[in-house]
Write a protein that binds this ligand. Structure first.
Ligand code: SF4
Length: 915
């Protein structure tokens, strides 16, 4: 065991601050002392932004163990807490807050010692990156230097080490195959294991799923199956059985689409039962595919490493380069890049290393043959199973680069989210932020900004010099794009001094929104909005001028697209294979921009005219913490399943939507009509097959719903007191769900310190400087921790076992009364529509509690007036009790539902909470 590193170490939690000197004495100190200590000398800390928040000292810097971990073990998982780091390094975890500074010194020594070990697996590239980090004055560089030996031979730099992808022949179209039911059952048995208990629900589900793979009866008429699958029936293997059998016999690709990254990870694991990691030829039968904005762009990284980034972001770029060499797939958002790395530096810096703006230059890029995005796209074209997300499937179906890659057999798991994903995919927004992105794509970045980003004329310089018409079109587009907002537009709007027709229009939109909004958001500091109706004449005129300005940009882009197409056909001498691919890439991104401009123009041209009943249009000012960050005009489909039907269903041969909460459950039982309407089937005149497999879990004995009747609505002190007492009673393990960030922050601020002193850490979205995925990792890792959050946690959390034993909802999750909601409510049956939305949310929240057969717990609603008609959202046999908070605490404390629970209780500091 290495000796603790003799450097001072500092730890701050909600319960206090502790420092250990270089020579080895730990003392509890006040916040002021801690701030002074941190300002004097660099201390060892863990998660500097979090420590800074705890100390209320935003400029805190130090020797962050997480940065050291990211250098020593790039692409390895680590929960960013003392306990999590201890597990990742296989060290004893500190027993209390007071032991953390000593642990930090031990962990630092351990990590440094690993760099000296001959078997250090991530040695390659470390020395070279460390030299760059030393030049950037990274605080760890001098500490690490004596431990990282100079290699005998010069190390290849990252871009030389990454493997190249191989070009492969296009896959022929799949064979027409009908799967026999007994073959599907045999495959299911093979996947679940012969020893697995026979689950009738799963077998039926699997057989029904096989129907979506049958030959399509008519063009535009895919097989469509709606499958409600209760938690625990084993739906993943249920559909993977026919999917793997079909891909094996038909030699085609099945797409499984999910909404959450959790399920993607789980699918990756489960798919190993049906497919090997690699085929004999080295290709991958199963590929996880994300949107291109998730992946590292190597050209952006090269630019960042060569001076595009400075200061802390430049250090981040070096750590990302370490990671890129060891990453499985280059996915920066939810892949093997630690989610906490972005918060240690800057989330924006992470995003600017991806291909956010569609500026890829394809074969013109020196890293094209090593590009992570291109690799994933090529691998998925050859895959039997592509695991993707709803938005990507919809975008690929609508405007995939290659028709052969369009999904035709699709399983939408987490199918209850397809509506929301379609809603955002098929929406349009002419906002300042969107428009300035387009300007930069055409003109290039404003003067003074660093980096390689270049405008259209620089990207297509060779084409423009060869083809006069293309050159003129580029120049005309460049000139017309001057009409779009430029840097500083928000300030100019606030000062009523807009520049150009689109900024002027946005200024009028902003003024109208402030004049008409009655949502209460103005006072509360939230975003505000108003419907796009009854607009004044001057605003309508500005909209027409704006539409003309957009048309002036769109026309030359269309001309340019035609010229690019002609060039590809003519094939001049200088146009080699790489050049072709680059022009094809440019044409593809051009089509996307032309479509965007067309949708903006259509929106503007309609302002002042009769409303189109298929759309909902509104004006909005986006604000957070009372600061404006965007202004614009927005359009959503009233029913987004209409474009979904046209772009996804119509071109597909078989589609399945499945979820535990696909169907609403009203007083009369499952509402299939609503599920059918939300599948898009009616837009193609389809009559989908339906199946419901009920959960095998014994909810009646494993869960209980407690509706607390004496926490008055609007009484924040009482709400905070209730949360604190519940968390104390359960000893943590509470997931607290809020409908308003303001209340969440207020509750957290009132109780976090007190709970921490009782050994019950409380984390919160919108408070802690930690990304949501990492917060869930922390919560999962520590059974005494509790987590507060909003919508994203309601159904993005999969925490089986002891770590989650109580879900608390602060009130009925009413839908936000937005303009869009008002329109859908009016079209969907008024209050019945609201009830369906709320029941879906309650069902999703309840679904967090019981993830496995052995889970148990309580679902608590702190709402005295919880309507009984909403109770059908929960499984029918779960007991529901209305009771006072004291009685609820007694129920929670009795642990009647958890006779097998042996969770140690931390030493709670007792005291009076507000009641
Ligand atoms: S091919 Fe495009 S996305 Fe890939 S590294 Fe090059 S510029 Fe970036």
């Amino acid at each position: 065991m290495a000796e603790p590193l003799p450097l001072p170490a500092l730890h701050a939690s909600h319960s206090g601050c502790w420092q250990r000197g270089a020579s080895g004495d730990t003392a509890q100190i006040g916040r002021g002392q801690a701030v002074m200590a941190a300002a004097d000398t660099p201390n060892l800390v863990l998660n500097a932004p979090l420590v800074a928040t705890r100390l209320g000292y935003p400029d805190l810097s130090g020797l962050d163990l997480l940065e050291l971990f990211a250098f020593v073990h790039p692409a390895r998982f680590c929960v960013p807490t003392p306990r999590g780091l201890a597990h990742a390094l296989e060290l004893n975890e500190p027993a209390s807050d007071a032991d953390v500074p000593e642990f930090l010194q031990r962990a630092a020594s351990h990590l440094l010692a690993r760099c000296e070990a001959p078997e250090w697996p991530e040695r390659e590239g470390a020395w070279s990156v460390l030299q760059s980090l030393a030049r950037l004055r990274w605080t760890w560089a001098p500490v690490l230097a004596p431990h990282v030996a100079k290699p005998e031979r010069a190390e290849r730099w990252l871009f030389a080490r990454l493997p190249e992808w191989e070009e492969a022949a296009e896959r022929p179209q799949p064979a027409q195959v009908t799967l026999a039911e007994d073959a599907v059952e045999t495959r299911l048995e093979a996947l679940t294991g012969n020893q697995a208990e026979r689950r009738e629900g799963q077998r039926l589900y699997s057989r029904k799923s096989a129907h979506v793979f049958a030959p399509r009866p008519a063009r535009g008429q895919p097989h469509l199956l709606l499958a409600q699958a209760g938690t625990g029936i084993g739906k993943t293997l249920g559909y993977l059985a026919p999917a793997s059998l079909w891909s094996e016999t038909a030699h085609g690709t099945v797409w499984v689409s999910t909404y959450t990254k959790n399920l993607q990870r789980q699918l990756r694991e489960e798919s190993r039962r049906a497919w090997p990691e690699r085929r004999p030829d080295g290709s991958q039968p199963v590929v996880v595919r994300k949107g291109r904005e998730n992946y590292l762009c190597l050209l952006n990284l090269e630019d960042a490493l060569q001076g595009g980034f400075s200061g802390r972001p430049a250090i981040l770029a070096q750590l990302v380069a370490r990671w890129a060499a060891y990453s499985q797939d280059g996915d920066m958002i939810g892949g093997d890049l630690p989610g906490w790395l972005g918060t240690l530096f800057r989330q924006r810096a992470i995003r600017s290393l991806t291909d956010q703006r569609g500026e890829c230059i394809y074969a013109g890029c020196p890293h094209f043959r090593k590009c992570f995005i291109e690799r994933a796209a090529r691998a998925s074209a050859q895959a039997d199973l592509v695991i993707a997300n709803h938005a990507l499937v919809m975008i690929n179906a609508a405007r995939g680069r290659d028709t052969a890659q369009r999904p035709t057999r699709i399983v939408f798991d987490e199918g209850h989210h397809v509506f929301d994903a379609a809603d955002s995919t098929y929406s349009a927004a002419l906002s300042g932020m969107e428009a300035i992105e387009l300007r930069r794509w055409i003109i290039g970045p404003e003067r003074g900004s660093k980096g390689r980003r270049r405008g259209l004329s620089a990207r297509l310089a060779d084409v423009a010099s060869y083809d006069d018409e293309a050159g003129d079109a580029v120049e005309a587009a460049r000139h017309a794009a001057e009409a779009l907002p430029s840097s500083g537009w928000l300030d100019r709007l606030a000062e009523n001094a807009p520049s150009g027709p689109i900024e002027t229009l946005l200024g009028a939109i902003r003024a109208t929104t402030y004049a008409r909004d009655e949502s209460g958001g103005q006072e509360a500091g939230y975003g505000i909005e108003t419907e796009a109706a009854q607009l004044d004449g001057p605003l309508v005129e500005l909209a027409q001028e704006g539409a003309a300005a957009l048309a002036a940009i769109r026309q030359p882009l269309i001309k340019l697209g035609i010229r690019l197409e002609a060039l590809l056909e003519e094939g001049p001498d200088w146009l080699d294979g790489q050049g072709r691919a680059r022009i094809e890439g440019a044409r593809h991104s051009l089509v996307w921009r032309i479509d965007t401009l067309a949708s903006w123009q259509a929106m503007l041209e309609r302002l002042g005219g009769p409303t189109d009943p298929q759309f909902v249009d509104w004006l909005a000012v986006a604000r957070g913490d009372a600061r404006e960050y965007d202004v614009g005009l927005y359009r959503h489909f009233l029913d987004p399943m209409q474009p979904f039907a046209q772009t996804v269903l119509e071109g597909a041969h078989g589609v399945m939507l499945t979820s535990a909460t696909l169907c609403d459950r009203g007083a009369e039982g499952p509402d299939w009509d609503e599920a059918v309407a939300r599948s898009g089937a009616t837009h193609l005149g389809l009559a989908p097959e339906q199946i419901a497999a009920t959960s095998p879990f014994d909810y009646a004995s494993r869960a209980e719903i407690l509706i607390v009747t004496d926490v008055p609505k609007g009484d924040l002190a009482a709400l905070a007191g209730a949360y604190a007492r519940i968390i104390e009673t359960t000893g943590g393990g509470v997931l607290g769900l809020f409908t308003a960030i303001r209340r969440l922050r207020s509750v957290h601020g009132r109780i976090a310190d007190r709970l921490a002193r009782a050994g019950l850490p409380l984390y919160a979205q919108h408070v802690d400087p930690i990304d949501t995925g990492t917060l869930v990792d922390i919560f999962r890792d520590d059974p005494h921790a509790s987590l507060l959050g909003t919508d994203a946690l309601r159904d993005g959390v999969d925490v089986p076992g002891q770590s989650l034993r109580c879900v608390v909802m602060e009130q009925v999750p009413w839908p936000k009364p937005s303009i869009l909601h008002r329109a859908r409510r009016a079209a969907g049956g008024g209050s019945a529509y609201d009830d369906r939305v709320i029941r879906a949310r309650l069902a999703q929240a309840f679904g967090r509690l019981i993830r496995t057969r052995d889970d148990h717990g309580h679902f608590v609603v702190l709402s005295p007036a919880f309507p009984s008609r909403l109770l059908t959202a929960f499984p029918p046999d779960v007991p529901v009790t209305r009771l006072t908070l004291d009685d609820a605490l007694q129920r929670l404390g009795e642990g009647l539902l958890s006779p097998d629970a042996t969770l140690p209780q931390p030493a709670a500091e007792q005291g009076e909470w507000p009641r």
